[in-house]
Design a protein around this ligand. Structure first.
Ligand code: AP5
Ligand code: MG
Length: 192
């Protein structure tokens, strides 16, 4: 298996680049945000609970997210590998992912981190909010709250992977093609 994590703040382009990366490398896309939005659309008990957190720009509790990741992984366990998008988002989630990788006798090849300025992120999210129907994109207060949560709870995840020598920063500004090429270069360094 070849597993990657695409890391970065809200609006940094994780979803956009994931679509291309899974096509190029034949990976399964595991976006916890996407899985949660599906649960919300289907009005499942998990979705209804998650909605309360997402609408406020807060993280959904670790236990819910980790359970969801474990079962999605098992559903696709015969795949070539996974691209994790928006997960792990806390140090507890990163530790749970370490254990999952160990249980499945595989590992994370690299954490690719998209770096984008906050002004550009706000611009992108407000713009997407006009058409996405995402409740967490239309209100600048909620967007700022998502950044605060990222700084406090998610950025420590970078150190978790830096200590393991798996962290690769990539410039996340420029055209989608330019960024995709930079990510592919970083991945190919790890594949050699
Ligand atoms: P999630 O769905 O993961 O959202 P996010 O991390 O806030 O990030 P986004 O999906 O908004 O942005 P992105 O980086 O994917 O960028 P995109 O490609 O879309 O999470 C949503 C919520 O769910 C969280 O707040 C939390 O409540 C909950 N949640 C999810 N995972 C969780 C977890 N593990 N634990 C706990 N809670 C969790 O691009 C953004 C926009 O910019 C698009 O319009 C795009 O077209 C545009 N764009 C992309 N690239 C470029 C470019 N190069 N130039 C110009 N525009 C660009
Ligand atoms: Mg996304």
């Amino acid at each position: 298996m070849f597993n990657l994590i695409l890391f970065g703040p809200p609006g940094s382009g994780k979803g956009t680049q994931s679509d291309r990366l899974v096509a190029k490398y034949g990976l399964i896309h595991l976006s916890t945000g996407h899985l949660l939005r599906e649960e919300i659309a289907q009005k499942t008990p998990l979705g209804l609970e998650a909605k309360g957190y997402i609408d406020k720009g807060q993280l959904v509790p670790d236990a819910i997210v980790i359970g969801m990741v474990d079962s999605y992984f098992d559903k696709h366990k015969d795949s070539k590998g996974f691209l994790f998008d928006g997960f792990p988002r806390t140090v507890a989630q990163a530790s749970a992912l370490d254990k999952l990788m160990e249980r499945k006798k595989t590992n994370i090849a690299s954490v690719l981190a998209l770096e984008v300025s906050e002004d550009e992120l706000v611009k992108r999210l407000l713009n997407r909010g006009k058409t996405s129907g995402r409740s967490d994109d239309t209100n600048e207060g909620v967007i700022r709250q998502r950044f605060a949560v990222y700084d406090n709870e998610t950025s420590p995840v970078a150190d978790h992977y830096k200590k393991k020598g798996k962290f690769q920063a990539v410039r996340g500004e420029g055209t989608v093609d330019e960024i995709f090429n930079s990510i592919c270069e970083a991945i190919e360094e790890k594949m050699d």
